[in-house]
Design a protein around this ligand. Structure first.
Ligand code: NAD
Length: 358
């Protein structure tokens, strides 16, 4: 496979381009800003799979009429700590941010919020919402399913896919410090990372993917729908453990409430997320913030002091890697491969926006 080249882009230019594309397609300035900030922060964090390379997919959904600027989230019910929100397949980043902001207000008042956001369009990097909750000094636990697509992750010991990449994110604020943000897909590799590898023309490491016959492969094309090629699967992380978490995420986020599930009616250009979340005010557990800080930081210091297997790879805590990457990419720019950029240019052009002018 030939490796394609890439160009470095300034984050502010990519934000401006994304805002221009989204407003040109009919969404409001606020929705465009929320989406642009979210996507570019994903790139800055090193998660290109959830950065502005998603825009062409969103614009395909728009072109097919599956995603519309008119769709908005609506509150289904709010009672005590419980908040149930219909996503109505609205643009996901602003929809999920709206639902999480409302849940934050509930948790800040009553100490806890239980949120179920149902049937939003793709909501992006789930750790984003844990960072938002942590900035409001709240613990968060989010479970998410992925529907509207064919199943793409195999259950443990299976040759065929039955799950989405069903991510989980947990955020723990540290008083006076940076939060712990543990955020990952329950597949060994996020599907978007296979897309990035496909666009770059590179293989993926062994042990991540099986082909349509269930055989191990390193070719990312096997996990994308293509004429004449049976769809393969990503493998779950941690064998039966990741597979079990994925199954629970499907039922907790969408299954219990009858929202879109992975085994129902796949739409080629739709990516639907439902989210189950719990937000907790840690001050209701330990009111003394200084004590909380000291207890978390002393344990983190103990963990970080473990001797690394490879001296060039220090032992990290959840969230460290993304913060380090943000510093590097703010300084050096965000790399986008030629294929991803040409898809963005084409999606922008369809709405009269010249991506090269940003
Ligand atoms: P990943 O494998 O890169 O894991 C990221 C997590 O592991 C982070 O918490 C990070 O801080 C931590 N981490 C990374 N390297 C570490 C190290 N060396 N030591 C200690 N901790 C380390 O993540 P992923 O599974 O590729 O997921 C990428 C993104 O995709 C996530 O943001 C996820 O929310 C998102 N996602 C979204 C959807 C969706 O439908 N919306 C679906 C799947 C995944």
């Amino acid at each position: 496979m030939a490796m394609t080249s890439y160009r470095l882009h300034r984050p502010e230019a990519l934000r401006a381009l994304t805002r221009a594309m989204i407003t040109a397609a009919g969404w409001s300035e606020d929705e465009a800003k929320e989406t642009a900030d979210h996507l570019v922060l994903a790139n800055l964090s090193g998660h290109d799979s959830h950065g502005i390379g998603m825009l062409p997919l969103y614009f395909n959904s728009l072109a097919d009429g599956h995603l519309t600027p008119q769709a908005k989230l609506s509150i289904r019910s709010e009672a005590g700590p419980f908040l149930i929100v219909d996503g109505n397949v609205a643009l996901g980043q602003p929809a999920a941010r709206g639902a999480v902001d409302r849940a934050i207000a509930i948790a800040q008042t009553g100490g806890v919020a239980v949120l179920n956001l149902l049937d939003s369009h793709h909501i992006g990097r789930i750790g984003h919402y844990s960072e938002v909750a942590a900035a409001a000094e709240l613990i968060s636990v989010f479970w998410v399913n992925v529907a509207g697509r064919p199943p793409i992750v195999a259950p443990f010991a299976a040759k065929q896919a039955r799950f989405g990449t069903n991510p989980i994110s947990i955020g723990l604020p540290v008083p006076g410090g940076e939060p712990l943000i543990l955020d990952f897909a329950t597949s060994r590799m996020a599907h978007g990372k296979a897309r990035v590898a496909l666009n770059k023309g590179v293989t993926v490491p062994e042990g991540y993917i099986i082909d349509g016959e269930g055989r191990p492969t390193v070719e990312p094309r096997h996990v994308f729908l293509q004429e004449g090629l049976p769809l393969g699967a990503l493998l779950p992380f941690g064998d039966h453990k990741g597979a079990g978490l994925s199954l629970i995420a499907e039922l907790l986020s969408a299954g219990l409430m009858g929202a879109a599930r992975i085994d129902q009616k796949p739409h080629k250009t739709w990516i639907i997320n439902s989210l189950f979340g719990v937000l907790i005010d840690p001050a209701r557990l330990e009111p003394d913030a200084a004590l909380r800080q000291q207890r978390i930081e002393s344990y983190l210091a103990f963990v970080r002091a473990a001797a690394p297997q490879d001296p060039s790879q220090p032992v990290l805590a959840p969230g460290d890697k993304e913060r380090k990457m943000r510093i590097e990419r703010e300084r050096d720019g965000i790399p986008l491969d030629d294929e991803t950029w040409s898809q963005i240019v084409a999606a922008a052009k369809a709405h009269g926006v010249d991506a090269e002018s940003f």
